[in-house]
Write a protein that binds this ligand. Sequence first.
Ligand code: GAL
Length: 435
Amino acid sequence: MKHRNTLTAVAAVTVASLALAGCGGGSDNPSSSTGGSSGGGAAATKDLEIFSWWTSGSEDAALKSLISAYSKKYPDVKVTNGAVAGGGGGNAQQILQTRIQGGNPPDTFQTHPNESLKVYLDADALEDITSVYDATGLKDKMPADMLKAHENNGDGKYYGLSVGAHRGNVLWYSKPMLEKAQVTEPADGYTPETFLADLQKVKDSGGVPLCLGAKDTFAVAQLFENTLLGTVGKDKWNQLTTGGLQWSDPDVAKAADTFTKIMAFADPDASAMTWDQAIKKLGEGQCAFNSMGDWAYGELVKAGKAEGTDFGYAAHPGTDGTFVLVVDTFAVAKGAKNLENAKNWMAVLADPAAQLEFNKLKGSTPIRNDVDVSSLPKYQQTAAESYRSDGLVWSIAHGQATPPAFQQGFFDAVTQFVSNKDTAAFSQALVSAAG
Ligand code: GAL
């Protein structure tokens, strides 16, 4: 997989790619010494800017629960919520790049672990937050692979802290719509073939079979990624994303064909809808299925919809037993104006009670494996169980499995494929992106 270290103004997608070195305040920043309430030694300041792409109803509510937990502990600090709209973070990440390059980073910003975090590490744009891990005992409470995804090439130091894990491969459905079309609710073992037959039944009943928030580019890429996983399975997924298997593999072409068939059932209004509008349309019983990460759950609940009555869920067809990780992480920018406050923010993210409250609103699972999830709704208990016991794979569409250059190529290839339906060209584009 190619790593790209030059800054690229990335259009339309969620990819961040930063110029090398010199972006942040540098390691000689006097404020990066240890000490202070959570390890930061900077003089106390009165502000904290938190940058993210959490602006939908449920995202905003979940973020505010963390801000309120922080403000309870640090009432004298004025928090600026610098969230930038745009599902999947496409807009936010472009603005973040510009700010980091201009030497004006927010104090702390949302990202994902593994390959996404690596972009900022390669650019020397992050503070070492190992002291926060030490102070909060986090190291013993996370799976080893997950911990590693917050280090720099296994250096034993930590640069990002995650608050929750979303499951990316969930198929949501409208209960009333399925009932009307006489479709049996999906359960374990649901296959892509049965899914296609069910989409047809909904169409025959006069309904819109597939909700899709295609205005957010990530939503279409995510539908393909889930279809791909449902076709190739976990092992091949890991080989494809780490260079052990060519993207010209016939199973990729098979997934592409299934994807084209699924896309033929998409809502005619898809291109005008964001991910949250699409899932709310499903909640209203106006379209039948939506393949989307479980931030959709937070949004459905926020909209007053009830699981088991208005909607149900299953693993995306063919992906039972695998949990596609879309992990929400914050990092502290090197050169942060309010370094100590940002480190204290990280300590709040690590707090079990704050994690529980946040994830309850967000639809995700606490990243700490010692958080008691029995008070969470049924869906989230199921997801937590899957996170703690199923096979975990990183998402491509959300920038964790592969370097940014490939993620960009993946988005471009999917976009092209949706318009030209040329499977051979699609495979070739993925092969070239993998380099
Ligand atoms: C993901 C993020 C989620 C959710 C989603 C839609 O990248 O991890 O928390 O916000 O985008 O915006």
